[in-house]
Design a protein around this ligand. Sequence first.
Ligand code: NI
Length: 265
Amino acid sequence: MGESEKNIMKVEQFLDRLWENYITYTPSAKKISQLFGEKVTNDHIAFRTFNLDKCNIYKQADFLSSFGYKVCGDYFFEQKRLQAIHLENTDPVHPKIFLSELLCEDFSDELRIIIDNISSCFPEDPENLLIGGRNWNIEHDKYELLAKESEYASWLYIWGFCPNHFTVSVNHLTNFNELSDVNNIIKNNGFMLNSSGGEIKGSVAEFLEQSSTMADKIKVQFGSSTAEVPSCYYEFAKRYPEADGKLYQGFVAKSADKIFESTNK
Ligand code: NI
């Protein structure tokens, strides 16, 4: 087996592990993936983190470079105080990866103290910045405090380092052509779509249309009590060709801004 074949196996195994992890807290994604009646190709996989030295997007990107991923675009979300990058694999058969991070310094002392306290539990192994989950205890009042300032921060507090969403590439589906057809089958099977800013975010003019489900609700243990909180959602993307005839491979910040709200309560 040549070096490149070994790399393909390595990246495929890693991506399979991410999916197996993701469907444990996003059971609807597995059910929806089976509605298409064919093998689904992923457009991208997205992660969330904090912009701290221990866990930022550049640390994650550095780890992913060993699988052939390179940074190909950067984005800024002014209201949510996030920055993001997207990575593409040297082999375009593999999904893109979207990494975003919270700009912690833009929030209150209270928020930063909570994050600082859990940061001693952040993983040393860079792989676990993508799949390690949470290994700190959570408290409901802290969750509420974070949620008031940043839904994104409260989500990270509960779920830690794990895939936030997978995204079906509608371009690769053979039984469906339009994103609206995909949306219809999802709704007809009883799943809720994120309608913030309309069910379809983006347009042909922006070379990218996206939609997503609302996140599943999962029971989580807070000390001695439990509460249901949003976990993760499943996304659907259709890309359009640019002037050179090639499908656009970037992201549209305005659309992603609304997609982030799929984990709102
Ligand atoms: Ni996405």
